[in-house]
Write a protein that binds this ligand. Structure first.
Ligand code: ADP
Length: 483
């Protein structure tokens, strides 16, 4: 089976978020299951620099304002089509904006171009290559499915994965004339959205199947509260809507081999976590004692519920836990958390910044990790927590709800609990969960059992890749039954 993936990010070449982890991991996880996945990506400088140009497999005299070509290459073990379009992608800064983080004003043009090329390849533009299925990701490649629908590839099954519905690619109606789509596409059931052009909306409308990164988030986005204005359309498409939880890289996130840990360990040697715990105490200037250390590793934003955390820090200390916080983001939240650390010396420690190595040490040394997100399409830190015996305390939403088994009485007596869930995402519910955590931590038999259960959970890509494969098969059978 040949699948064409179209994405603005792919790990390890270009990454701003979880989307890149998924698009980088899927081809590898699917390779052993009979799927050949080729990925179309923009020719950002870091990608163009990673290969030597040969003869392009496709050429555009004019693509959204300049010359462009498509190169078929292998980089870092990934089969790629790279869209070389210097006028669109040869720029400093990140994939979407300049070094100060401001979006490029022509992002619509950049990602319309990527999508048009995706549609062209789906329609047979590269000689000798015909994908059976096209899989797009987020608004930046969503228009691929519109170009397919209004072009040659209308009969090729397509799928879109939504990694975060908050980002939709919404632009003014004035751009429509430059997209190269037929006039009929500017319609309610096409690309039109609130009088403008909606890239993600167009993809959701055209896709044969829609997936998001957890079953619970797939249901949540059908409601006005989580649907971000698209809930009406998503409800209309609900028969074709699926949720598949992300996996993690279990080679990089492995407490048995993790080089960032002071002391490696397994589920059978949990006592060997202790030196990591001491390292966390030292790094965060925490008292050395037996009380639980709960950590936070997060962007400091409203979505992540970090304002809720900031209001309960005193209550967490009062309930006997210590707090180690690593994060950056909202300046007001950074200030509030630093002030809390100053108020509670030895009980709360804060490191402002992004520190990959420290995040590993924390998962390997802290007792629990708090994730009070208001919404969370999938979430990764709870999966790392499970794998490292760092018990997750999570808001019951999205992927958090799907991956953590709450330590209620039934789950504890059955020995299957892996963490604590709370709802709603507010101060009272979070503090209640902390109280349950402190009580459970005081009972070593229960606590160790929870850690071990979490470490046993299958958080690898294998299971998720199997689910994507099932869906690809379903789409292929639809094509055959349509033919
Ligand atoms: P999101 O992508 O919405 O920020 P996820 O939980 O899906 O949330 O992924 C966040 C990733 O970023 C995780 O790998 C987490 O460990 C990492 N991370 C977040 N903040 C920090 C930080 N300050 N330092 C190091 N790693 C961080």
């Amino acid at each position: 089976m040949q699948v064409l993936s179209v994405t603005p990010e792919i790990f390890p070449l270009i990454k701003t978020g979880g989307l890149a982890d998924v698009t980088g991991a899927l081809p590898v996880a699917l390779a052993g299951k009979g799927v050949t996945m080729r990925t179309l990506v923009p020719g950002y400088p870091q990608i163009m620099d990673a290969f030597k140009k040969k003869k392009p497999v496709h050429h555009y005299p004019l693509l959204q304002g300049g010359k462009a070509s498509v190169h078929a290459v292998q980089i870092a073990g990934l089969d790629l089509f790279v869209l070389d379009a210097p006028h669109l992608f040869d720029r400093p800064g990140g994939p979407y904006g300049n070094a100060t983080g401001a979006d490029w004003p022509d992002n619509w043009r950049r990602f319309a171009a990527l999508s048009q090329v995706g549609g062209d390849i789906a329609g047979g533009a590269v000689s000798g290559y015909q994908p059976d299925i096209v899989h797009a990701h987020d608004w930046q490649s969503a228009m691929t499915l519109a170009y397919m629908r209004y072009g040659k590839a209308v009969g090729t099954p397509s799928m879109i994965t939504v990694h975060n519905l908050a980002f939709q690619g919404q632009f003014g109606a004035g751009i429509f004339g430059e997209l190269g789509l037929p006039a009929a596409a500017m319609a309610l059931d096409g690309v039109e959205y609130y009088g403008g052009v909606g890239f993600l909306k167009a993809g959701l409308q055209a896709a044969w199947a829609i997936t998001t990164v957890s079953p619970t988030y797939a249901q949540e986005i059908r409601s006005p509260e989580f649907g971000m204005g698209l809930d009406g359309l998503i409800n209309m498409r609900s028969v074709d809507l699926y949720g598949i939880v992300n996996g993690i890289d279990t080679a990089i996130w492995n407490p048995e081999t993790d080089k960032h840990l002071v002391s490696s360990y397994t589920a059978r040697t949990l006592k060997a976590r202790h030196p990591n715990r001491t390292a966390v105490e030292d790094r965060f200037n925490l008292d050395r004692d037996d009380s639980p250390i709960v950590c936070v590793i997060s962007r400091l934003t409203w979505q992540k519920g970090m304002d809720i955390l900031a209001t309960v820090v005193d209550g967490i200390v009062a309930r006997g836990a210590r707090l180690a916080i690593l994060g950056s983001g909202d300046a007001g939240l950074e200030g509030a958390l630093l002030a809390a650390a100053a108020r509670h010396r030895g009980r709360i420690g804060v490191v402002v910044g992004y520190d990959e190595a420290l995040s590993h040490t924390m998962q390997g040394g802290c007792d629990a990790i708090i994730i009070p997100s208001r919404f969370e399409p999938c979430g990764l830190t709870q999966l790392y927590g499970l794998r490292y015996g760092c018990v997750p305390v999570v808001a019951r939403t999205g992927g958090l709800a799907d991956t953590v088994i709450d330590a209620n009485e039934a789950a504890i007596s059955a020995g299957v609990a892996t963490g604590f869930q709370f709802a709603p995402a507010d101060a009272g519910a979070l503090l209640h969960a902390i109280r349950r955590l402190v009580a459970a931590h005081a009972n070593p038999a229960i606590w160790t059992s929870m850690q071990r259960q979490g470490m046993k959970a299958d958080v690898s890509w294998d299971k998720s890749a199997e689910k994507y494969l099932e869906l690809y098969r379903l789409l292929l059978s639809k094509r055959l039954s349509d033919a």
